[in-house]
Design a protein around this ligand. Structure first.
Ligand code: 5GP
Length: 190
């Protein structure tokens, strides 16, 4: 999606360790108008698929999923990374290794918010090794719900997550796919 690629070129910062920092519009400060356009594009891509729920993971996926939720007009559910006192009752849970923080999170969703009748579209800001999406897929499977696919803003295609998940039959739509990047050269798109 040209709009997103242009914004990444203009405002993205490639850090060592192959992390792309998009803090000025996606991961810290949020450009709501831009995210609304991303949400509209996800809706265009998946509108025929009978989506009943958008599922993401806190924190950065929430804004993206809410932007898309305005168009799908279905509830947005986010998996919590820590199980606080207010996540009472039974929950589906799964372990996810964090790419950016290097720790393992036990993500969970209350059983009240995912059911076997649901057709679930996963949403996230980035796709790298695929751990976050795999954790979310496990929650969908535990609920007996149907996985429609995943909408991702930025896929780092030089990392294996996207290819591995597609090989397993998961439909993944990425709005910007990066084939290479470095602090010196910047970002190259597929
Ligand atoms: P994965 O689980 O696919 O390895 O990584 C995806 C998750 O890690 C996303 O939820 C995102 O929050 C974070 N992430 C992965 N790569 C990057 C990156 O280059 N920049 C930022 N800001 N987050 C990333």
């Amino acid at each position: 999606m040209k709009l997103l690629e242009d914004r990444i070129r203009a405002d993205g910062q490639v850090l060592d360790g192959q992390v792309l920092k998009l803090d000025s519009f996606l991961n810290h400060q949020i450009d709501v108008e831009l995210l609304t356009e991303l949400g509209r594009e996800f809706y265009r891509l998946f509108q025929a698929d009978g989506v009943t729920k958008l599922l993401t993971i806190e924190a950065s996926g929430i804004a993206v999923a809410c932007a898309a939720g305005q168009f799908f007009r279905v509830p947005v559910v986010f998996a919590k990374k820590s199980r606080g006192k207010n996540l009472t009752g039974e929950a589906y849970s799964s372990l996810v290794e964090s790419f950016t923080h290097g720790c393992v999170n036990n993500i969970s969703v209350s059983k009240s918010f995912l059911c076997p009748e649901d057709r679930v579209l996963l949403m996230d800001d980035f796709l790298a090794n695929g751990a976050a999406l795999r954790g979310l897929i496990s929650l969908v499977e535990q609920a007996g719900a149907t996985l429609v696919g995943a909408g991702v803003c930025v896929e780092k295609a030089f990392q294996p997550g996207g290819d591995e998940l597609r090989a397993q039959g998961v439909r993944i739509e990425s709005l910007a796919r990066i084939k290479a990047m470095s602090p010196k050269t910047g970002v190259f798109f597929c």
